[in-house]
Design a protein around this ligand. Structure first.
Ligand SMILES: Nc1ncnc2c1ncn2[C@@H]1O[C@H](COP(=O)(O)OP(=O)(O)O)[C@@H](O)[C@H]1O
Ligand SMILES: [Mg+2]
Length: 585
């Protein structure tokens, strides 16, 4: 755990994304240096122009200097343009590559990872992370490297042209200014972060209260909620006022630092000028440099703060790339020649968390083409059995075999073609009905989609809709009823023609009319396949060839409906309980 954290903090993953862009990065840096040199040359030409004018030189030499002056400006503009031109594919390419890999990893990560991480949080990590990448690249090129280069160049230049004071004072002033600015921004960030937290909390109360407005009114808690909101907002107000005042103070102190540096230089320069050591042109050059240097540094504090946040965002994204993919494709998958659809659990045990075993030494066998059912109380581990067949999780011990082959030896592709599931509460994609059915077999023809819909007995319903198969189903499929959704899910499951079909409480959320209809559908589609029905309502599985009664992760009874009734134990008790309840309804 600790090791993992350390690794991600070094952002190893991130840096490797620059490798393909080495050439444009080097070229852009060269262009950057050229434009910076051009910028620094301008005050020198300006100085010479002034000196030439003061000493009444011939117009010709002044004209040449003017040409140089303008030429250096043009070079600056041109190379800045070229720099941006060359760096653009990097600024956009690195986040794209990074984001692609993170999404790929998210898709590859086991269900266990997603179960433990909030939906949306990962998506936000990706968005923020890729924004951070663009930002860091963009600002490195435009706001971070240029002032540093300029500072170095100017210092060297001044040390060469004049007495040592100028170079040293300039360097020290700029460095002190930069350090102070960064320090100030850090200080303000503390207030801002705390303020943001308050703001989020206040926003949370507001949204929560309004979305639950009926509950709020039922309990007449408006005043309490408003009181909480006001209290948080007051905290926020205090922090923000402090933040703003600190900003004003920092701004003033920045000015004083600059003034001190510039003032000292001016004092020395004026003295040297009167002594005839330097010229008026030099005076202009010196003051130009120091102002020129201070402008980009003003934003340095902001850039620094953003950089720090960006690194945090990147680490969040980077962490996803470091998550281990625990469900691994076999290196040499076994190719199933003939698919029969037998399913065997060979002493399978499993736990989501080591401390709490869920499936305990489960051992059973379903022959090809038979109808098996798993019944038992909620929480017994029935859905877990389905998840294990699909390798959403791998067993802790024992093995699951399809046609005699351990599922871990099959390619994931092969496995998912063999087995299809109709989940308890099937979520559909926010797309058309046709697209949702086709999700089961991405290359299905229109005819195959219609065929699947017919088998699932949803075709007539679909064609009755004004837009037919092109009807959008809405977020998670809310625009069609539960029974319709269930049948679309059945069509999606059977379109890939699996040998084994798993129905996980496929009818439990339906009313009895819909339930009967869907059960009839299930009976039809199960012909020629092995079917595994998971249920807690026993009436839905009485016709199964074999019924397994599961309690606390173990098979406690097995047999046909009649056999189990005769045994007169758990199943029989449940049966009478449920039929009695039914009668009295
Ligand atoms: N992702 C998970 N992490 C930890 N425990 C889980 C997870 N999913 C299910 N469980 C637990 O496993 C047990 C069996 O769950 P499940 O197989 O869904 O039961 P059933 O389908 O029989 O109602 C439950 O007690 C449940 O709390
Ligand atoms: Mg379940």
């Amino acid at each position: 755990m600790n090791k993992n954290k350390k690794k991600s903090q070094s952002l190893v993953n991130f840096w490797q994304y620059f490798r393909p862009y080495k050439a444009p990065i080097v070229v852009a840096l060269i262009f950057l240096i050229i434009s910076q040199i051009a910028i620094l040359a301008q005050p020198i030409f300006l100085r010479n122009i002034i000196n030439a004018l003061v000493s009444h030189k011939a117009l010709g030499s002044v004209a040449i200097l003017l040409v140089f002056y303008f030429a250096s400006r043009l070079v600056d503009i041109l190379f800045e343009l070229l720099r941006d031109y060359v760096i653009s594919p990097v600024v956009m390419g690195v986040p794209r590559d990074f984001e692609k890999d993170v999404f790929k990893r998210l898709l590859a990560l086991p269900v266990a990872y997603h179960a433990n991480n909030k939906t949306g949080a990962s998506a936000r990590a990706i968005t923020r992370g890729s924004q951070a990448t663009s930002f860091m690249l963009d600002f490195s090129v435009s706001s971070l490297i240029p002032p540093i280069l300029q500072l170095i160049f100017v210092t060297v230049l001044l040390l060469n042209l004049y007495t040592w004071q100028y170079g040293v004072i300039t360097f020290v002033t700029v460095v002190v200014y930069a350090i102070f600015t960064i320090w100030g921004t850090e200080k303000r960030n503390i207030y801002r972060e705390r303020g943001n937290k308050q703001d989020d909390q206040a926003g949370g109360i507001l949204v929560d209260s309004v979305t639950n407005i009926e509950t709020v009114k039922y309990f007449n808690n408006q005043n309490i909620l408003f009181g909480r909101f006001s209290k948080i907002k007051f905290e926020w107000f205090r922090l923000m006022v402090r933040n703003n005042r600190l900003f004003a103070l920092i701004y003033a102190l920045q000015g004083i630092i600059l003034l001190t540096g510039l003032g000292s230089i001016l004092i020395i320069a004026v003295r040297q000028a009167t002594a005839g050591i330097i010229t008026v042109g030099d005076l202009v050059l010196l003051s130009t440099y120091i102002v020129q240097l201070s402008i980009p540094i003003t934003t340095l504090g902001f850039v620094y703060g953003r950089f720090k946040n960006s690194i945090i965002d990147l680490q969040a994204m980077d962490k996803i790339l470091d998550e281990p993919v625990t469900i691994i494709e076999p290196k040499h998958p076994v190719a199933l020649k003939k698919r029969h659809g037998s399913l065997e659990f060979d002493h399978v045990s499993f736990s989501y968390e080591p401390a709490r075993p869920i499936i305990k030494d489960l051992d059973f066998n379903v022959k090809p083409g038979l109808k098996a059912a798993f019944v038992g109380p909620s929480g017994a581990g029935k859905s877990t059995i389905a998840k294990l067949i699909f390798r959403l999780y791998d067993v802790s011990s024992g093995s699951i075999k399809i046609d005699g082959i351990d599922v871990r030896q099959l390619s994931l592709d092969n496995l998912s073609n063999l087995v299809s599931v109709v989940p308890q509460d099937p979520a559909l994609f926010n797309d058309t009905i046709a697209a949702n059915i086709r999700f089961g077999k991405m290359d299905a023809t229109d005819d195959q989609v219609i065929e699947a819909a017919k088998i699932a007995q949803i075709h007539d319903f679909i064609t009755g809709l004004p837009n037919g198969y092109e009807t959008p189903v809405g977020e998670r499929g809310i625009k069609i009823s539960g029974g319709e959704r269930q049948r679309v899910a059945i069509a999606r499951a059977i379109i890939r023609n699996p040998k084994i079909l798993v129905f996980d409480e496929a009818t439990s959320s339906l009313d009895s009319v819909n339930e009967q209809a869907v059960l009839a559908t299930i009976d039809r589609v199960a012909i020629g396949r092995t079917s595994i029905s998971i249920a807690h309502r026993l009436s839905t599985i009485v016709k199964s060839d074999i019924i397994f009664v599961i309690q606390k992760g173990k098979i406690v009874e097995q047999g046909t409906h009649q056999e189990l009734l005769k045994q007169n134990k758990v199943y029989a008790r449940l049966w009478y309980l449920q039929t009695e309840a039914h009668k009295s309804e």
